[in-house]
Design a protein around this ligand. Structure first.
Ligand code: PEP
Length: 254
Protein backbone atom coordinates (compact mmCIF):
# COMPACT_ATOMS: atom_id res chain seq x y z
CA UNK A 1 0.00 0.00 0.00
CA UNK A 2 1.31 3.41 -0.95
CA UNK A 3 2.01 5.52 2.11
CA UNK A 4 2.15 9.28 2.53
CA UNK A 5 5.48 10.19 4.11
CA UNK A 6 7.08 13.41 5.29
CA UNK A 7 10.79 13.03 6.11
CA UNK A 8 12.96 15.71 7.71
CA UNK A 9 16.62 15.77 6.75
CA UNK A 10 18.39 17.73 9.47
CA UNK A 11 21.74 17.46 7.64
CA UNK A 12 24.80 18.64 9.64
CA UNK A 13 22.86 21.09 11.79
CA UNK A 14 21.98 21.61 15.45
CA UNK A 15 23.67 20.70 18.72
CA UNK A 16 22.59 17.72 20.80
CA UNK A 17 20.42 19.81 23.18
CA UNK A 18 18.86 21.65 20.24
CA UNK A 19 18.14 18.34 18.47
CA UNK A 20 16.44 16.93 21.56
CA UNK A 21 14.41 20.12 21.94
CA UNK A 22 13.33 20.00 18.28
CA UNK A 23 12.27 16.34 18.53
CA UNK A 24 10.35 17.13 21.71
CA UNK A 25 8.58 20.09 20.09
CA UNK A 26 7.57 18.11 17.00
CA UNK A 27 6.24 15.31 19.20
CA UNK A 28 4.28 17.74 21.38
CA UNK A 29 2.78 19.59 18.39
CA UNK A 30 1.56 16.31 16.90
CA UNK A 31 0.32 14.81 20.16
CA UNK A 32 -3.33 15.80 19.68
CA UNK A 33 -3.65 14.29 16.18
CA UNK A 34 -6.15 11.43 16.06
CA UNK A 35 -4.62 8.01 15.35
CA UNK A 36 -4.28 7.46 11.62
CA UNK A 37 -4.79 11.15 10.74
CA UNK A 38 -1.14 11.86 10.00
CA UNK A 39 1.23 10.65 7.31
CA UNK A 40 4.25 8.59 8.31
CA UNK A 41 6.80 11.11 9.65
CA UNK A 42 10.52 10.32 9.54
CA UNK A 43 13.12 12.46 11.31
CA UNK A 44 16.70 12.05 10.17
CA UNK A 45 19.13 13.65 12.66
CA UNK A 46 22.93 13.44 12.48
CA UNK A 47 24.40 10.12 13.71
CA UNK A 48 25.38 11.17 17.26
CA UNK A 49 21.85 12.36 17.98
CA UNK A 50 19.98 9.27 16.78
CA UNK A 51 19.58 7.47 20.09
CA UNK A 52 18.52 10.55 22.06
CA UNK A 53 16.12 11.77 19.37
CA UNK A 54 14.72 8.25 19.00
CA UNK A 55 13.89 8.22 22.71
CA UNK A 56 11.79 11.36 22.22
CA UNK A 57 9.58 9.70 19.58
CA UNK A 58 6.62 7.82 21.08
CA UNK A 59 6.66 4.12 20.12
CA UNK A 60 3.90 2.98 17.77
CA UNK A 61 2.98 6.52 16.68
CA UNK A 62 3.44 8.33 13.36
CA UNK A 63 7.03 9.38 14.13
CA UNK A 64 9.89 7.23 12.92
CA UNK A 65 13.66 7.53 13.04
CA UNK A 66 15.91 7.67 9.97
CA UNK A 67 19.59 8.22 9.24
CA UNK A 68 21.17 10.37 6.55
CA UNK A 69 23.68 7.82 5.28
CA UNK A 70 25.35 4.48 6.00
CA UNK A 71 28.57 2.77 4.98
CA UNK A 72 28.53 0.25 2.14
CA UNK A 73 30.15 -2.60 4.11
CA UNK A 74 28.50 -4.61 6.84
CA UNK A 75 31.28 -4.06 9.39
CA UNK A 76 35.03 -3.93 9.72
CA UNK A 77 38.07 -1.66 9.80
CA UNK A 78 36.49 1.53 8.46
CA UNK A 79 37.42 4.10 11.07
CA UNK A 80 34.84 6.81 11.52
CA UNK A 81 32.12 5.07 9.56
CA UNK A 82 28.65 3.87 10.58
CA UNK A 83 27.08 0.62 9.36
CA UNK A 84 23.45 -0.03 8.43
CA UNK A 85 23.20 -2.61 11.18
CA UNK A 86 24.37 -0.09 13.78
CA UNK A 87 21.59 2.22 12.63
CA UNK A 88 18.99 -0.53 12.89
CA UNK A 89 20.14 -1.38 16.42
CA UNK A 90 19.62 2.20 17.62
CA UNK A 91 16.06 2.23 16.28
CA UNK A 92 16.41 3.58 12.75
CA UNK A 93 13.82 2.34 10.29
CA UNK A 94 14.84 4.48 7.30
CA UNK A 95 18.07 5.68 5.71
CA UNK A 96 18.50 8.40 3.08
CA UNK A 97 20.72 7.19 0.22
CA UNK A 98 21.87 8.94 -2.94
CA UNK A 99 21.24 12.48 -1.70
CA UNK A 100 22.68 14.92 -4.23
CA UNK A 101 24.96 16.40 -1.55
CA UNK A 102 26.53 12.98 -1.05
CA UNK A 103 26.73 12.34 -4.80
CA UNK A 104 28.41 15.73 -5.25
CA UNK A 105 30.65 16.20 -2.19
CA UNK A 106 31.49 12.55 -1.50
CA UNK A 107 31.47 11.29 -5.09
CA UNK A 108 28.93 8.59 -4.39
CA UNK A 109 28.19 6.82 -7.66
CA UNK A 110 25.69 4.18 -8.72
CA UNK A 111 28.02 1.29 -7.90
CA UNK A 112 28.65 2.52 -4.35
CA UNK A 113 24.98 3.35 -3.87
CA UNK A 114 24.09 -0.15 -5.04
CA UNK A 115 26.25 -1.57 -2.23
CA UNK A 116 24.72 0.81 0.30
CA UNK A 117 21.21 -0.18 -0.78
CA UNK A 118 22.04 -3.85 -0.30
CA UNK A 119 23.50 -3.47 3.21
CA UNK A 120 20.67 -1.17 4.25
CA UNK A 121 18.03 -3.62 3.06
CA UNK A 122 19.86 -6.56 4.65
CA UNK A 123 19.78 -4.68 7.97
CA UNK A 124 16.01 -4.19 7.62
CA UNK A 125 16.19 -0.45 6.84
CA UNK A 126 13.94 1.22 4.28
CA UNK A 127 16.06 3.30 1.91
CA UNK A 128 14.82 6.74 0.86
CA UNK A 129 16.61 6.81 -2.50
CA UNK A 130 17.12 10.28 -4.00
CA UNK A 131 17.24 11.18 -7.68
CA UNK A 132 17.14 14.57 -9.38
CA UNK A 133 18.60 16.64 -12.16
CA UNK A 134 20.84 19.71 -12.13
CA UNK A 135 19.77 23.04 -13.62
CA UNK A 136 22.00 22.42 -16.66
CA UNK A 137 20.33 19.08 -17.27
CA UNK A 138 16.86 20.63 -17.00
CA UNK A 139 17.76 23.51 -19.30
CA UNK A 140 19.18 21.08 -21.84
CA UNK A 141 15.82 19.26 -21.80
CA UNK A 142 17.50 16.10 -20.54
CA UNK A 143 15.60 15.70 -17.26
CA UNK A 144 13.68 12.56 -18.17
CA UNK A 145 16.64 10.75 -19.71
CA UNK A 146 18.78 11.67 -16.71
CA UNK A 147 16.23 10.46 -14.15
CA UNK A 148 15.61 7.28 -16.12
CA UNK A 149 19.34 6.51 -16.02
CA UNK A 150 19.64 7.27 -12.30
CA UNK A 151 16.76 4.87 -11.62
CA UNK A 152 18.02 2.16 -13.94
CA UNK A 153 21.64 2.23 -12.81
CA UNK A 154 21.02 3.09 -9.17
CA UNK A 155 17.88 1.27 -8.17
CA UNK A 156 16.46 -1.16 -10.66
CA UNK A 157 19.07 -3.83 -9.95
CA UNK A 158 17.07 -4.65 -6.79
CA UNK A 159 14.82 -7.71 -6.64
CA UNK A 160 11.04 -7.23 -6.46
CA UNK A 161 11.10 -7.96 -2.72
CA UNK A 162 13.93 -5.50 -2.12
CA UNK A 163 12.33 -2.79 -4.23
CA UNK A 164 9.10 -3.10 -2.22
CA UNK A 165 11.00 -1.65 0.78
CA UNK A 166 12.23 1.45 -1.08
CA UNK A 167 10.90 5.01 -0.98
CA UNK A 168 11.95 7.28 -3.88
CA UNK A 169 12.62 11.00 -3.41
CA UNK A 170 12.63 13.29 -6.44
CA UNK A 171 14.91 16.18 -5.53
CA UNK A 172 15.79 18.53 -8.38
CA UNK A 173 19.27 19.78 -7.41
CA UNK A 174 18.41 23.33 -8.49
CA UNK A 175 15.64 23.39 -5.87
CA UNK A 176 17.58 22.06 -2.87
CA UNK A 177 18.28 24.76 -0.32
CA UNK A 178 17.84 27.47 -2.96
CA UNK A 179 14.32 28.66 -2.17
CA UNK A 180 13.40 27.75 -5.78
CA UNK A 181 10.70 25.11 -5.56
CA UNK A 182 9.62 23.06 -8.55
CA UNK A 183 6.08 24.01 -9.50
CA UNK A 184 3.50 21.40 -8.59
CA UNK A 185 3.12 20.69 -12.33
CA UNK A 186 6.88 20.16 -12.74
CA UNK A 187 6.96 17.85 -9.72
CA UNK A 188 3.88 15.89 -10.85
CA UNK A 189 5.31 15.44 -14.34
CA UNK A 190 8.54 13.90 -13.04
CA UNK A 191 6.81 11.84 -10.34
CA UNK A 192 4.44 10.35 -12.93
CA UNK A 193 7.45 9.59 -15.12
CA UNK A 194 9.23 7.86 -12.21
CA UNK A 195 6.14 5.76 -11.51
CA UNK A 196 5.98 4.77 -15.17
CA UNK A 197 9.65 3.70 -15.09
CA UNK A 198 8.95 1.58 -12.00
CA UNK A 199 6.01 -0.09 -13.78
CA UNK A 200 8.30 -0.95 -16.69
CA UNK A 201 11.13 -2.25 -14.52
CA UNK A 202 8.92 -4.13 -12.04
CA UNK A 203 5.11 -4.35 -12.14
CA UNK A 204 2.12 -1.99 -12.29
CA UNK A 205 1.42 -3.00 -8.68
CA UNK A 206 4.95 -2.06 -7.57
CA UNK A 207 4.50 1.31 -9.29
CA UNK A 208 1.19 1.92 -7.52
CA UNK A 209 2.67 0.96 -4.16
CA UNK A 210 5.92 2.91 -4.17
CA UNK A 211 5.90 6.23 -2.30
CA UNK A 212 7.52 9.05 -4.27
CA UNK A 213 8.45 12.13 -2.22
CA UNK A 214 9.26 15.60 -3.51
CA UNK A 215 12.26 17.46 -2.07
CA UNK A 216 13.59 20.93 -2.82
CA UNK A 217 12.64 24.05 -0.86
CA UNK A 218 9.30 22.57 0.16
CA UNK A 219 7.75 24.63 2.94
CA UNK A 220 4.56 25.29 4.87
CA UNK A 221 3.31 27.57 2.06
CA UNK A 222 3.76 25.27 -0.92
CA UNK A 223 3.38 21.78 0.63
CA UNK A 224 -0.40 21.52 0.25
CA UNK A 225 -0.31 22.15 -3.47
CA UNK A 226 2.64 19.82 -3.99
CA UNK A 227 1.09 17.04 -1.90
CA UNK A 228 -2.19 17.52 -3.76
CA UNK A 229 -0.64 16.13 -6.94
CA UNK A 230 -1.70 12.56 -7.69
CA UNK A 231 1.84 11.16 -7.85
CA UNK A 232 3.38 13.19 -5.00
CA UNK A 233 3.17 11.08 -1.86
CA UNK A 234 4.90 13.48 0.51
CA UNK A 235 8.17 15.30 0.93
CA UNK A 236 11.80 15.10 1.92
CA UNK A 237 12.28 18.36 3.76
CA UNK A 238 15.61 20.03 4.53
CA UNK A 239 15.63 23.60 5.87
CA UNK A 240 11.99 23.70 6.93
CA UNK A 241 12.38 20.51 9.00
CA UNK A 242 14.60 22.41 11.45
CA UNK A 243 11.71 24.53 12.69
CA UNK A 244 9.10 22.51 14.55
CA UNK A 245 6.16 24.76 13.62
CA UNK A 246 7.07 24.76 9.93
CA UNK A 247 7.74 21.02 9.80
CA UNK A 248 4.46 20.24 11.56
CA UNK A 249 2.57 22.57 9.20
CA UNK A 250 4.05 20.59 6.29
CA UNK A 251 3.06 17.30 7.94
CA UNK A 252 -0.47 18.62 8.33
CA UNK A 253 -0.66 19.65 4.65
CA UNK A 254 -2.24 16.40 3.44
C1 PEP B 1 17.11 18.16 1.05
O1 PEP B 1 18.27 18.45 1.30
O2 PEP B 1 16.77 16.97 0.97
C2 PEP B 1 16.16 19.24 0.85
C3 PEP B 1 15.07 18.99 0.22
O3 PEP B 1 16.54 20.49 1.33
P1 PEP B 1 15.64 21.85 1.29
O4 PEP B 1 14.24 21.46 1.73
O5 PEP B 1 16.30 22.74 2.28
O6 PEP B 1 15.67 22.35 -0.09
Amino acid sequence: MRQNIVAGNWKMNLTYPAALALAGEITALLADAPAGALPCVVVCPPFPFLTGVGEKLPQGGPLHLGAQNCHQKESGAFTGEVSAQMLATVGCEYVILGHSERRQHFREDDELLGQKLKVALAAGLKPIFCVGESLDTREADDTFAFIAKQLKDGLFHLSNEEFAQVVIAYEPIWAIGTGKTATSAQAQEVHAFIREQVARAYTAEAAQNVSILYGGSANAQNARELFGQPDVDGGLIGGASLKAQDFVAIIRSF
